[in-house]
Design a binder for this molecule. Structure first.
Ligand SMILES: Cc1cc2nc3c(=O)[nH]c(=O)nc-3n(C[C@H](O)[C@H](O)[C@H](O)COP(=O)(O)O)c2cc1C
Length: 423
């Protein structure tokens, strides 16, 4: 695919114009511009802090890291087992996700400053930015930025006081973004297979050493949080949302975390609430499906957790009333089945099983027993899969079945209210 990106629209691949190499290069922010807008302003001050771990606490306060991450990351900061690593996860294989690629391409220096600040807070010896092999423009911009940064850090006498940053391409399959599969790929092992936990990567990660894996958006937020902190401003809780599906203006939106899901959808193209059937919220198809009756939820970590979804990647896919939920779920489970690494049985067999049942439902050949069986399979996947892929595949199926059971049952009777099947 070279330096171009494509998206799949109405059965065909279309080139995304603004992701062409020449366009991306024209959007790149040079180091002098970044410094002029406040980049590296507080770097020296932070360097002189005795306790630098407070940055991670700020990230939790800002809703960008889960509270559980703090104790895991403390293990790294205090471990004497060296070398220790920070891996910046730039894989972004999530269907519907496109924020990390844009951050890597356009806010490159902010990302690098964030990585350096975090490397000091975590007391690591090396930073690796792992970039999805499809994002060659992003990798080129990071290399370019590193070329500008090194002389700058040398001139400030800082280069030798900071860990080196390396940028590496990793394979594009969805599972490679999972942190232990990412570590396996970076080690050169059979790519795209997650590891059993425990041990957690913070204890035994890359080459068996303590490793923190942190997402691009989270890393890039650090310089902003630090500025707010030193300037005594309130911690601004803002996040990127990638909105696609049945909206008029799909795209990347940056909003406060208190925004309502319905408000966000309205911004992304004026979809009327009564036209929305359901929304994949948070991690897109991997996080959870919310019925339209729940779209007034505020997108705070607390409220979304109550909904049973994980806000993390901020991927939102809207489904209108014209969609058949069985048809959508069939596509979703085919995706998971295709992307399953096959290492654990609940995921390898479970995703296939769900696809088979959904095919039967869509053809009007399923029974109530089939639905009950699929429910058991999905629960087993959630409880026993080795990694989040199998768990998500089971969870999102159960979300659909429990909230739209009437539509599944209509299909058993040969009725599809969206008019997709049985025509
Ligand atoms: C199947 C699967 C794919 C994932 N893909 C990504 C990805 O592309 N990018 C990413 O940052 N995290 C991905 N994750 C989550 C990572 O395992 C890990 O939680 C994340 O990198 C930690 O970053 P954060 O805590 O800063 O969000 C994936 C998880 C699973 C289960």
């Amino acid at each position: 695919m070279g330096d171009k990106y494509y998206m799949f629209v109405n059965g065909e691949f279309r080139e995304i114009e603004e992701s062409r190499g020449d366009y991306v290069r024209s959007q790149y922010e040079h180091l002098d511009k970044y410094i002029a807008r406040g980049g590296y302003k507080y770097f020296g001050k932070f360097l002189s802090e005795d306790n630098k771990f407070f940055i991670l606490e700020l990230l939790v306060k800002a809703g960008l890291l889960g509270g559980g991450a703090l104790s895991r990351f403390k293990t790294i900061a205090s471990s004497a087992n060296r070398p220790k690593y920070l891996i910046v996860n730039g894989h972004e294989g999530e269907p519907g996700g496109f924020k990390d690629r844009l951050i890597m391409e356009r806010n490159t220096h902010q990302l690098l400053e964030g990585a350096l600040l975090l490397s000091l807070a975590l007391n690591v010896d090396e930073v690796i930015i792992a970039v999805n092999e499809r994002f060659r423009n992003a990798r080129a911009m990071i290399e370019k930025a590193l070329g500008e940064l090194r002389p700058y850090l040398t001139s400030k006498g800082l280069l030798n006081k900071l860990p080196p940053i390396t940028v590496l391409l990793v394979g594009s399959p969805y599972i490679v973004g999972e942190e232990t599969a990412l570590i396996n790929s970076l080690e050169g092992n059979r790519g795209g297979e997650p590891r059993l936990r425990p041990p957690d990567p913070t204890e035994t990660g890359l080459f068996g050493k303590p490793t923190a894996v942190i997402n691009v958006e989270v890393v890039a937020a650090v310089p902003i949080l630090i500025s707010n902190y030193y300037e005594g401003r309130e911690i601004v809780i803002e996040k990127y949302f990638c909105i696609t599906g049945d909206v008029g203006k799909p795209g990347l939106y940056r909003e406060k975390l208190t925004v309502g899901l319905n408000e966000l959808l309205a911004k992304a193209g004026g979809v009327k609430e009564e036209d929305v059937k359901a929304v994949f919220v948070g991690g897109g198809v991997s996080s959870g499906l919310a019925h339209s009756s729940k779209i007034r939820v505020r997108l705070t970590p607390e409220e979304t957790r109550k909904l049973g979804v994980f806000l993390g990647p901020g991927v939102i896919i809207a489904l209108s009333n014209n969609r058949c939920i069985v048809d959508v779920m069939l596509e979703v489970e085919r995706f998971f089945s295709h992307e399953s690494c096959g290492r654990c049985e609940p995921c390898r067999l479970g995703t296939k099983e769900l696809v088979e049942v959904l095919e039967k439902v869509s053809m009007g050949k399923a029974s109530e027993e089939d639905l009950k069986w699929a429910e058991t399979v999905a629960r087993t996947m959630m409880e026993t899969s080795l990694c989040g892929l199998g768990m998500s595949a089971g969870k999102v199926f159960l979300d659909a079945l429990t909230q739209f059971r009437d539509e599944f049952e209509e299909h058993i009777r040969g009725v599809c209210r969206a008019g997709v099947h049985f025509r």
